[in-house]
Design a protein around this ligand. Structure first.
Ligand code: P5A
Length: 439
């Protein structure tokens, strides 16, 4: 993408409304703009990151055997009356009337709707197990929307729902999602710690929140010091192997980790200096709630002997739009964002130091075309701006690599190749710079 044509309204000054670094940087890099409290438009640069996160989430869900569908954002109130949650959900739910005075709502989550789909389609135990998911916008009328996309009112969530015949089956589904989440967050360069958590308005007997530690986190958490050094889950998982899945879950749950609400004060004595207390950002939350929704909504299948079996369920959420902010909280410096390569909006930025110089422009055009031909996405600063402005913008936007092309280096066929993470610069021939990026 040529920056001279790109819609990327960067800001030099820190916007006064932003209290935390990720919100500041997202506004400054031209990724989002607020439309009303807790509701944002995603500008082209921000949308590229959101889509990359979505893609990783989707790939890992599919790998774990989940199937994607798409449910609507607007739901009928009656379904929520059936589960008993319509009144209980309170003012966080945006209630809407249509032209026929039918009561509708903008979905804050989809347990009722998916259970309705399931009860109208599944017939036999042979239809199980199943895990269905979608990636869809939610609305929660939060008391205090803040920190940009971190606590929005409208936000993008990946939510999955599992259906099993019995408790053992639903525990297997829960464990699969547990492992898929470890893998998903690791691919985004995040160390997300699974912690015992309160089930709140979703309900159920068992749940884990996945949190990344950050001073700006909204949750108070407690965990064993070992988690600071834990390896993120890098290996490939065979989701058909219950043993492998279970052993990974056991490894991560064997050490103490809990959010504020589930914290056991006795652990403070027991663990002593090994217990750390910190702030965390909740990027995912998984729930096992058995028949909480399937029973009132009568989601049953016929068992092997024709008997009726009420299905056992769980639900599993990832805050897709919150992750954009969370990744920035975890990865930035004084100059701006430092994107992990897996979610970066572009892999490399080409900085033309002298746009008015014909040779320089030609070399940059050529590099840009060659990268494109190899499928490498580049943000090409071809603007007629001072070098200082270009460097500052490139650092702010945080692409993993920068290729700096100036008239002096070009005379010797040399460009500068800079890593955004380490700040290291190397002088390379154009060919070797290209082959590094295309490798
Ligand atoms: C699980 C999937 C649920 O809603 N039902 C379907 C369950 N869980 S949850 O914990 O309430 O939300 C899942 C994840 O969504 C993100 N999230 C938010 N992101 C931005 N702004 C918000 N206001 C917001 N609320 C929740 C979190 O990452 C949470 O883990």
């Amino acid at each position: 993408m040529r920056m001279s044509r790109y819609f990327m309204p960067t800001l030099k000054e820190n916007p006064s409304e932003a209290q935390i670094v990720s919100h500041r940087l997202m506004l400054r890099a031209g990724m989002i703009r607020q439309s009303s409290a807790g509701i944002y438009s995603w500008l082209p640069l921000g949308l590229r990151v959101l889509r990359n996160i979505e893609r990783i989430v989707r790939e890992e869900q599919d790998r774990a055997g989940c199937q994607e569908l798409l449910m609507p954002t607007i739901q009928p109130a009656d379904l929520w009356r059936e589960s008993g949650r319509y009144d209980a959900y309170g003012p966080e739910m945006l209630r809407i009337g249509d032209r026929h005075d039918r009561e509708m709502l903008y979905g804050p989550t989809n347990e009722e709707l998916i259970t309705d789909i399931f009860r109208n389609t599944a017939r036999s135990y042979k239809d199980l197990p199943k895990i269905l998911y979608h990636i869809q916008w939610k609305f929660r009328d939060e008391v205090r929307p803040r920190f940009g996309v971190m606590r929005g009112r409208e936000f993008l969530m990946k939510d999955s729902y599992s259906f099993d015949l019995d408790y053992e089956g639903s525990k297997r589904s829960y464990n699969k999602m547990f492992v898929a989440y470890l893998k998903t967050f690791a691919r985004m360069g995040l160390k997300a710690i699974p912690m015992r958590a309160d089930t709140g308005p979703i309900g159920g007997d068992l749940s884990h929140e996945f949190l990344i530690l950050a001073e700006t986190g909204e949750s108070q958490v407690f965990c064993h010091r070992d988690f600071l050094e834990m390896d993120v889950l890098a290996e490939d998982i065979d989701y058909h192997s219950d043993e492998q899945v279970q052993s990974i879950v056991e490894k991560f749950t064997s050490q103490y980790a809990a959010t504020d609400e589930k914290h056991d004060a006795a652990k403070e004595q027991e663990l002593g200096v090994d217990l750390i207390s910190a702030r965390g950002i909740e990027v995912g939350h998984i729930f096992h709630f058995g028949t909480k929704y399937s029973k009132p909504l009568n989601a049953v299948v016929a068992g092997p002997n024709g008997e009726e079996i009420t299905v056992e369920m769980g639900s599993y959420g990832i805050g897709v739009s919150r992750l954009v902010g969370a990744i920035i909280e975890a990865s930035h410096d004084d100059n701006g964002i430092v994107w992990p390569e897996s979610v970066a909006p572009f892999k490399v930025g080409i900085v033309n130091l002298k746009a008015s110089d014909e040779a320089c422009a030609k070399a940059c055009d050529d590099i840009y075309a060659k990268l494109a031909a190899s499928g490498v996405e580049a943000l090409y600063d071809d603007r007629d701006e001072r070098a200082g402005v270009k460097f500052a913008d490139m650092d702010l936007v945080g692409l993993p690599w920068q290729l700096v092309v100036g008239p002096r280096g070009l005379q010797n066929g040399i460009v500068e190749f800079k890593s955004r993470v380490s700040g290291e610069r190397e002088e390379l021939s154009i060919e070797s710079a290209l082959s590094r990026l295309c490798a």
